[in-house]
Design a protein around this ligand. Structure first.
Ligand code: ZN
Length: 282
């Protein structure tokens, strides 16, 4: 196990979270690493090695998560996986897919860990998800080497407008999940090599204090190494690309009666060892 490295972004600048403080990466490294978090992800291994030798200074500001933006602000590609927990497939009345079911969240939907979510419809729903942040990436990555190509993980919410998603004759996943602000991620990219159990993390969501979803990531139908191998069989994965890995059961739209998000609701999304997102709907 390596020492934990956490990369966050404030005002678009890469920040190392260290002992409850924010260390500005470009300034502290004298320009060796760039201010842009996307550039830091391109040098992830060197960044982790450098980070592990850093100590915060008394002048570094205290971490305030309300100031953070999305920890990966401009990924080239955002993959998302549908129906990747069998209990969620069952509650949705669908067969568990034999191969991963892939769509995208357009990157402009990404949002900060404590940012407001402007509701684009009265049929919007929550989906807490583990988000994979690609490090080295590559093409046709074997499943056995997949985790070496991953920089880390963060928590994500795949907010979904169900009316748009299922209107018309053909499902419309990507647009229905990409409204402005519908992709909170964070609070930080946590290095995968610091996680004791990267394939078995507790995952849960609460809405207004009531627990709605609760599972473990080992219950994924297609686990993270298989998703990386499956996607990279066809496309090149590049540093900073994201994979939303699917949500466990307990979404609002399949409850009886159905529950949708309304202004004032607070969604708390939490994954063991990665932290918490808390987003208010407006
Ligand atoms: Zn989802």
């Amino acid at each position: 196990m390596e020492k934990r490295v956490e990369l966050a972004a404030r005002n678009g600048r890469a920040q190392l979270i260290s002992e409850g403080k924010l260390v500005d990466v470009e300034i502290r490294s004298n320009g060796h690493f760039p201010a842009d978090p996307m550039g830091v992800l391109q040098k992830w291994e060197a960044f982790c090695a450098w980070s592990r030798s850093q100590q915060p200074e008394s002048s570094d500001p205290a971490l305030d998560e309300t100031e953070l933006g999305p920890c990966v602000p401009r990924p080239g590609q955002v993959f998302a996986i549908g129906l990747n927990y069998s209990e969620h497939a069952a509650e949705a009345g669908r067969e568990a897919p034999e191969a991963p079911m892939v769509f995208t969240k357009f990157p402009s939907c990404l949002n900060g860990p404590r940012s407001d979510i402007p509701l684009a419809s009265d049929t919007s729903d929550w989906e807490v998800e583990l988000v994979v942040v690609i490090g080295k990436g590559g093409y046709q990555i074997p499943e056995g080497n997949a985790l070496e190509r991953v920089a880390g993980y963060c928590v994500g919410q795949d907010i979904s407008d169900r009316r748009l998603q299922f209107s018309g004759n053909n499902p419309q996943f990507s647009l229905a999940k990409s409204a402005r602000g519908y992709g909170p991620i964070g609070p930080a990219v946590v290095s995968i090599d610091s996680l004791e159990n990267p394939l078995n993390l507790e995952i849960q969501s609460h809405v207004n204090g009531e627990r709605m979803q609760h599972s473990r990531t080992r219950n994924m139908i297609h686990p993270v190494p298989r998703l990386v191998a499956y996607l990279s069989e066809r496309v090149t994965l590049r540093p900073g690309d994201l994979i939303f890995t699917g949500t466990p059961s307990g979404v609002g739209s399949v409850r009886d009666p159905r529950i949708f998000l309304k202004p004032g609701d607070v969604i708390r999304s939490e994954i063991e060892a990665l932290g918490v997102l808390e987003n208010r709907c407006v």
